[in-house]
Design a protein around this ligand. Structure first.
Ligand SMILES: Cc1cc2nc3c(=O)[nH]c(=O)nc-3n(C[C@H](O)[C@H](O)[C@H](O)COP(=O)(O)O)c2cc1C
Length: 167
């Protein structure tokens, strides 16, 4: 499919139970976390998926040592338990893939894995990253999402290598 097909379904998932962010680091370790904040669009003359990950997440450490990620969107109403688990438990403490009995599949290039059984899958190659700075954000957002001295999200930009519809 084209990366922009099913944009509505993608947003519906983000606004609902979320989607899976799958990261394989350079040592071949894989972790899965649930995301609700992401953007798909066209920048640097290419389709790009941007995910926002807080520095406190184990996935953040993984992404700092990775070249790829995938975003896997379950079909409507499916995998809710798995999304809840991967959105509340950390890869520091759990092998979430095993705990949720997720089946990983090899992506189009080495270093990308995705979850079998998801409806939409975006395989991405990291093409940029930037940490949001507190001083660049308005007080309203800081108060609501980064109270105290909490460090804001890092944005990871991923060139969409392949977008697939398995629905
Ligand atoms: C519906 C939902 C959406 C979430 N979205 C995000 C997100 O976009 N970015 C983020 O950093 N954490 C998000 N989280 C929280 C992480 O998924 C959660 O902290 C997870 O345990 C992190 O796992 P890790 O430590 O293995 O990376 C979300 C959680 C849920 C339940």
């Amino acid at each position: 499919m084209n990366y922009s097909d099913n944009f509505g379904k993608f947003c519906e998932a983000l606004e609902g139970a979320g989607a899976f962010l799958v990261v394989e680091d350079k040592k071949g370790r894989v972790n899965v976390m649930t995301i609700g904040w992401a953007q798909a669009g066209f920048i640097w003359n290419q389709p790009v998926m941007t995910v926002m990950v807080r520095p406190s997440r184990h996935s953040h450490l993984m992404l700092e040592n990775a070249d790829h990620f995938s975003v896997c969107v379950p079909r409507r109403g499916e995998m809710k338990k798995e999304l809840a688990f991967c959105g509340t438990k950390s890869g520091r403490d759990y092998d979430k893939i095993r705990a949720c009995a997720l089946k990983l599949k090899e992506g189009a290039v080495k270093g990308v894995k995705y979850i079998d059984g998801c409806g939409l899958v975006y395989q991405c190659e990291i093409c940029g990253r930037t940490a949001l700075k507190r001083e660049t954000l308005p007080a309203g957002l800081l108060d609501k999402y980064y109270p105290g001295e909490e460090v804001p999200h890092t944005l990871y930009f991923g060139k969409i290598l392949k977008a697939e519809d398995f629905r």
